[in-house]
Write a protein that binds this ligand. Sequence first.
Ligand code: NOJ
Length: 818
Amino acid sequence: MPTASLPSHSPREPLPAYRFDDAARSISIFNPDLPSPWINYLSNGSLHAFVSQVGGSSLWWKTPINFRITRYRGWTTPTDAPGFYLYVRERDGSVWSPTFKPCDTPLDHWEARHSPGVTRFIARRGSLEVSLRLFVAPESETLVWDVEATNHGSEPVEIDLFGYVELGLLEYPLESTWGYYVRHQFKTWFDEAAQAQLYLFHHESHPRLADVPLVYFASDRPVSSYSGDRQGFLGHGRTERNPQGVERGHCGNGSLWGGDACAALQVPLAIGPGRTERTVLSLGVIPGAISDFEGAKKNLRAELARQREPGFVETQSAKLKAWWNEYFSGFECSLPDPDCERQISVWTPVNCVHTGRYSRSFSQYASGLRGFGFRDTAQDMLSIVGRRPDWARAEFLRLLQHQFSDGHAVHTYFPEDNKTPSRSIHSDDHLWLPMLAHAIVAETGEVGLLSEQTPYLAENGLGKGDRASVWEHLLAALDFTESHLGVHGIPLTLQSDWNDCLGRFARKGKGESVMAAQQYIFVLRQMSELAELLGDRKAQTQIDERLIKQTKAVQDVCWDGEWWARGFDDNGVPLGSRQSEHGQIWLNSQTWSVLAGCGDNARQITAMDAVSRILDTPSGIKKLHPSFPTFPETADAFSGYSLGSGENGAIFCHANAWAVIAEALLGRPERAWKYFRQLVPHLALQQTGLDRYQCEPYAYASSILGPENPRFGQATLTHVTGTAAWMDVAATQYLLGIRPTIRGLKIAPCLPADWQGFKVKRRYRGTDLHILAAQRRAGADSRVGALVIDGERHAGDTLVPDWIAGKKVAQIDIEWVS
Ligand code: NOJ
């Protein structure tokens, strides 16, 4: 292979910690020593991994609960380890890694480049450059390690590459409790013909025993040594930083019948001057190895032969790229603000795929044990539906199968684990169903979805119960709320509403939630539209009556004078009131009053002004104020969260998205965009500073510590947060204002005064719309007066699907009202 070109920057220029390449949809990281792991997810939808900027990583198949293949340590030091490690051993015995860690050997150039589904490390030491590209093949259950080594010198060089991963015991909860027994229930061995290190975990009570896979780590070149024995490879008392196997230049060829497993391979390379040599390692699974071991071995050989065909890596990487391109092409914008453009077109959608796949479950911070939150997935799909309605539809039907026939839903479910869902009853979980149904019908126009028959969850929480139409499921959700109202006529909080900790005020079962009331009003409106679409007059009449009654209840009893209360405790005392000592004002009941359209406009404005005055900070909007004192100041704390953190006065990013929407609905663009921009991760990091903000500039954080916390401004728990989906909805549907409705695609942007316009490419019901919103006068109204569709003018702001029916592409020019 000829020499690959070197990275463009000169080592003399000081490099920034990171730089986006928008054309390539990637971010390059130049500083390995970041205050936290900045991870990327690699996946084909069933084999998944995450990898940090220094190679810290975990690999799992289908579920990190029962098929966790490699270990990862997120908490105890050294954190962000172990990982997918590649060691380069030069002839003088020096050892380094293109991931920088675990060796920490100083390098002349180092870069980690995350792009959707792919992470590439490029490192140079002296005249040797090594690139490691990692991605999961879309058509194979394998993580590809595509390694290229380039000799920029004038002499031939010989090196040894060592690939290494630490293997776990698949069943992660079991490993934590019974690992000391179960560690004797696996084997590792080397398969000479396949040139692959193999691992089979054979605990006889695995919840999906028949699917347990054969794990392989293989090389496309002959290996000179191997190991399945962690201690044999690392050496006693050593770590991944200085493995004895690498130091001595031989992995040790150890196999195990129980103990501490790893997979290590040594691949020698000779590289001529100015030449590049390539080798591909693959870490993957062959399912069904316990039920049919011989069959699995046969499949392994066939699979590796397929992978070793010329062009396999290129084809798979092209298919992966095509998947992402197709996904992005669902909505892309061109804006006067490049930071918002990048976030809206690329990084929020990337984040949404990850929350869609992993819910709140697995990341560098999250243990992977949590399964799928019912409310979480229902909200995540509100974003996915815009670019991948098929995915949202499938997930919606799965959610319905986790709803009981009385209308309420489970709280957490485990789609891949044969595990009983968690059954605590919350006031909100089931109420997200109508919202998602409405979003799917508005996006696709598929009214037939509502008539589809699908089962409820059986009463014992396992298996299928009675079947009913989707529409009946949705009506049952409303009935559940209607039959669980409190003394003020608004929904009982039950275990909690969307706020996990609100149940603290409702332990006797009498507390009530204003947010749940507003959410109920929101979905009653949507259900009324769906009832009309279906021609179900009876249901519509009942829904409309409930809507009037519920709106009146909120109006009559939930206004506190300057803002909406947050609820009532078990004794009927208002929460989130000027009379409260702590938590006088809460964000959600202000934003949701606007979303739900309850309360007159003057009240909504007064409430949102109070948000700006009391809750907004330079780092985002706090969830409540003032924070509640907690232990040991008070034994009777609202929650265990310290002041200004998590649910107790942090900037809870998910809830900030609703403030963006509320301000956009109120027609106040400057505030709406301010709230949006201040949480764009890159801008938040720039504003706060890397050392304090700490987290990725491309993935949303769940929360940012609030001003009452000494570490105000520090982001926490990135990636696995509902912020991603709601920021996507806020930006695409409310700021840029391109919003699917039951009547058609509404275009109602809310633009900063100095914007002349924007461009959006959006797929809608099979047509690629090229929307041009231009020539707006500075400071003018951003209301849309007419849509000119391929030269034909239609008055109003809503594109009726018939106008574009049968077209592959349509040009939409916007005419402003003034
Ligand atoms: C995180 C939980 O995953 C989510 O379900 C909840 O709505 C938020 N915390 C707010 O409490």
